[in-house]
Design a protein around this ligand. Structure first.
Ligand code: SAH
Length: 201
């Protein structure tokens, strides 16, 4: 598999990537390219991430089967489906209502039932179901939104692309005894995270 060849080692992540049918999350006109290692348009100027980056971010989250996960930037629902395969349940927030509906349809076609799509500004998190063992931001953030750090459980991991609108670095924040440690994992390019604690809309 292309992804294993590029250094993703976690067997559970590789198995999840094999089991979730990516073509169901890609618009019909792009389905031929669904298994190439590149991002693809999903409408409204948004993209489904490159499979390799999905795998890397998922591995960095170190998910356990009992984990409760929050994703910001639902997009096609593909990353949420991978998270749902590896964790207990997933809430994925998407700000564009049509995109959120598409994610729900895609997920229902796969039969994955432990992912809930919520429409809203994800930078505020989803306090009703906090705290989360893992939080993943799949849009480019100028900073890690403080409400998301607050909603991270003890021992929790948050992974995000942080930087400018054009280029970001993958950051993993880990909460231990209330303190946050940060580790960096190289350059990535995502569409912008918009709204409060993100870029201006
Ligand atoms: N994870 C997705 C790819 C996400 S693309 C997938 O697997 O397909 C980034 C998404 O973040 C876009 O759909 C965009 O509309 C959404 N987004 C941007 N800012 C947001 C915000 N503040 N809250 C929630 N979603 C946001």
């Amino acid at each position: 598999m292309q992804i294993a060849a590029r250094g993703v080692k976690d067997e559970r992540v590789l198995a999840a990537m094999r089991s979730v049918p990516r073509h169901l999350f890609v618009p019909l006109t792009f389905r031929e390219g669904a298994y190439n290692d590149c991002p693809l348009p999903i409408g409204r100027g948004q993209t489904i991430s490159q499979p390799y980056i999905v795998a890397v971010m998922t591995e960095l989250l170190r998910l356990e089967p009992g984990d409760r996960v929050l994703e910001i930037g639902g997009g096609s629902g593909y990353q949420a489906a991978i998270l749902g395969t590896l964790a207990r349940d997933v809430i994925s927030i998407e700000r564009i209502p049509e995109v959120a509906r598409m994610a729900e349809e895609n997920l229902s076609e796969t039969g994955i039932v432990n992912v809930t799509i919520v429409i809203g500004n994800g930078t505020l998190g989803y306090p009703d179901k906090a705290p989360y063992d893992a939080i993943l931001i799949t849009a480019a953030a100028p900073e890690v939104p403080p409400p998301l750090i607050d909603q991270l459980a003890e021992g929790g991991r948050l992974v995000a692309p942080v930087g400018s609108r054009d280029l970001q670095e993958l950051v993993r924040c880990t909460k231990k005894e209330g303190a946050i440690t940060r580790e960096y994992f190289g350059g990535v390019v995502f569409v912008p995270l918009l709204g409060r604690h993100g870029w201006p809309e």
